[in-house]
Design a binder for this molecule. Sequence first.
Ligand code: FAD
Ligand code: SF4
Ligand code: SF4
Length: 477
Amino acid sequence: MAERMLQFIKLPQQTPTKREAAARKDDFSEIYESFEPGSAKAQASRCSQCGIPFCSMNCPLGNNIPDWLKLTAEGRLEEAYELSSATNTFPEICGRICPQDRLCEGNCVIEKGFDSVTIGAVERYITDTAFANDWVKPVSPAEEREQSVGIIGAGPAGLAAAERLRGLGYQVTVYDRHDRVGGLLIYGIPGFKLEKEIVLRRWKWLEEGGVKFVLNADIGGKIPFAQLRAEHGAVLVATGVYKARELGGPGAGLKGIVPALDYLITSNRRGLGDATPEFDSGALNAAGKDVVVIGGGDTAMDCVRTAIRQGAKSVSCLYRRDRQNMPGSLREVKNAEEEGVNFIWLAAPEAFLGDEQVAGVRAVRMHLGLPDASGRQSVEAIEGSHFTVKADLVIKALGYDPEDIPTAFNEPGLNLTNWGTLKVHARTFETSLPGVYAAGDIVRGASLVVWAIKDGRDAAQAMHKHFSGLSQAAAAE
Ligand code: FAD
Ligand code: SF4
Ligand code: SF4
């Protein structure tokens, strides 16, 4: 008999088993285990099936959460999968790495005093079960179309668009400068949050559906952008943002001060079995070192926890605001603290000490001032509050800005916003160049995987409209 819903009154919130910090901090496997079937069913049954589901309204994809929770509670998992995958291209990935505390779960309105429904863990469970039962079929278009689309960037935005367009029958080729598919899912985000097999199986799934990949293809470098425009009926730019924000101050150029993404890419490549000379030489290896990571976002959290797993002597995170005002997920801070990371809140680096090689960071204490025009509290240094943290490896994780795409693509007519991101029409996703679209971080600025998926899906729909308009015009001639 189907489980009754509204079980939150007698059934407490239960998250999937999290491996003990002592056991997990030596490896790069995911720290959360999957739900057991009984737990997923029971946890889904805690949902009170709100008439106005704030969880869905705060999911960027507008996922139909109450309905797939109900189906899960009833044991109707294949239907739950169909519903969940109708609005999300990669539900098992979002279920693992969305900051649910700030999105769906943070807005679950179960009666006051009861913890939210564990939406992300159930979402992951549904699609992992679907893969295990072979319910996840490659996209299979009802009709083939002649028009082709070139997508630059095999991150979540490009891949979500590729799946949608291929489903509509377009001939889709995805180009990426890396040798593997996934963008930041494969080379940025570490395995302890998202195991690489999860990303690799989606690559295979897309290929089986007829999406073509051209890898090691640097558009604007090896392959001119104009060539892609000539070869395809439309082009989608989904290149993400990679220009790391720099640190200033005396000693900022010392050896041993490294960009976060170089550090994470090396670690991820090593996990994938690639040669990693910069790890072997010790330049991008935290083993035995006092490590200081500067920043408070997802990237900083991934760096501190990677350094722990590489066997650092100590790992500190310097962030100029406090815990409540950090951009990264609070769940990840808690995980990092459990693993032994020392957070130094309200502190900013002023200078880097050492002759050739960094030996320490001189920092100053900050306090939060009045909110600025954006509503965010300003930060001010407290005079005379300097202190030093020992460091042989300093990792800069201060965020990313977009690269100069018009120059890289030799297209001065490609318009930018004031923030340097690509300017697109809000509804059509088209840039200032006809037939060239853009989606994901390169439009939005550094954001989240779930937003990249949403933008990729929406851009695909807009491109389809563009092609449909062209066909109608041709038919009318
Ligand atoms: P990307 O994922 O960056 O993919 C862009 C792709 O374009 C890359 O593969 C790149 O190689 C390719 N490319 C770029 N230029 C060219 C070119 N000229 N020619 C060919 N190919 C090119 N978000 C979350 O939701 N949860 C998290 O836990 C989380 N953790 C993160 C951790 C880190 C370390 C980082 C850096 C980001 C994290 N994010 C997280 C953010 C998230 O990864 C991004 O918002 C998302 O990946 C953006 O997707 P995208 O497709 O726009 O770009
Ligand atoms: Fe929540 Fe993300 Fe899933 Fe939406 S996609 S339901 S925000 S975990
Ligand atoms: Fe269920 Fe919470 Fe969503 Fe309400 S807000 S429908 S209780 S998951």
